[in-house]
Design a protein around this ligand. Structure first.
Ligand code: B1M
Length: 230
């Protein structure tokens, strides 16, 4: 195959990133991982590689999935390739030894198995100094609430990628309210179909459009909470 003959190391940065989009699209995990390593060797910051090659490449996959050009098996392979690249970046994005800013329980809501964005948020939050309890996918309200209480967490993070599952976030928040626990936790929500208005309407503390915003919002709200307590 022509693709196998491409020497990724010989490509300039812009062409390498284009090639990584193609490799991600084709679910070529090994090539995506090689591309990530080459960009690292060339001095790219891990966050830049994440956003400009992996996340941007996944956007193309998403658009073609929406338009019926790609189907679930291909998208799964692309997701697998993306996870390969993320696996290399994860330790680089995660600082060690930094004092913890707070603890966050995060998970994808019930009925929803999308986890790439949630993993990215968890990774970036950990990198910024938060302790993370990752509940994975398909979480009912009792799992979130049980983990928050058990772990003595500060923040609840919920992710939803489907218009059919995003309303479940309100179920979780309502359940927290019913149990008298709502004020105890900062609730952050995110996922492609959400927006600011939705976040407000369901009673979350904030909607976070991406992982970087999640980090900044969490830092800000934790600081405010500590100031209130003080
Ligand atoms: Co799914 N899927 N999918 N899918 N899938 C979408 C979401 C869709 C928009 C595709 C499309 O039509 N264009 C569409 C939803 C349409 C809708 O609801 N209106 C869709 C559909 C329909 C489905 C199925 C129903 C398809 C089917 O079976 N017929 C099915 C549902 C399964 C289920 O969940 N029950 C399904 C299945 C799958 C796969 C399994 C094949 C795979 C998931 C693999 C995995 O995650 N392990 C998959 C994928 C990969 C996608 C797309 C292509 C990519 C999602 C992704 O990973 N994006 C997606 C199209 C799209 O979103 N453009 C699509 C990259 C990721 C980095 O971005 O997740 O948005 P994102 O996360 C961002 C922000 O949103 C934010 O920060 C992240 C990083 O910046 N964020 C948070 C996310 N969570 C946060 C939590 C926070 C804060 C910020 O908490 C504090």
């Amino acid at each position: 195959m022509a693709d196998e003959e491409i020497d990724l190391k010989a490509l300039p940065d812009d062409e390498l990133v284009e090639q990584m989009f193609d490799d991600l699209y084709d679910g070529q995990r090994d090539y995506v991982m090689e591309g990530v390593n080459i960009l690292l060797e060339r001095g790219w910051e891990p966050y830049r590689i994440l956003t400009e090659s992996l996340v941007a490449g996944m956007k193309i996959v998403g658009d073609d999935f929406r338009d019926g050009i790609l189907f679930v098996p291909e998208v799964l392979q692309a997701a697998n390739a993306m996870k390969g690249g993320m696996g290399i970046l994860k330790p680089l994005l995660i600082e060690t030894g930094a004092p913890k800013l707070g603890k966050m329980v995060i998970g994808t809501v019930k009925g929803d198995i999308h986890d790439i964005g949630k993993n990215l948020v968890a990774m970036m939050m950990e990198g910024a100094g938060f302790e993370i309890v990752d509940l994975g996918i398909n979480n009912p309200a009792e799992d979130y609430i049980g983990a928050l209480e058990r772990e003595g967490a500060d923040i609840l993070g919920m992710s939803a990628l489907l218009t059919t599952t995003m309303p479940y976030m309100k179920t979780v928040i309502d359940e927290l309210t019913e149990k008298g626990l709502r004020e105890k936790y900062i609730v952050l929500v995110g996922g492609a179909p959400l927006n600011e208005e939705f976040g407000k309407a369901i009673g979350a503390d904030a909607y976070c459009k991406d992982a970087a915003v999640a980090v900044e919002t969490a830092k800000d709200l934790i600081a405010r909470k500590h100031n209130q307590v003080a």
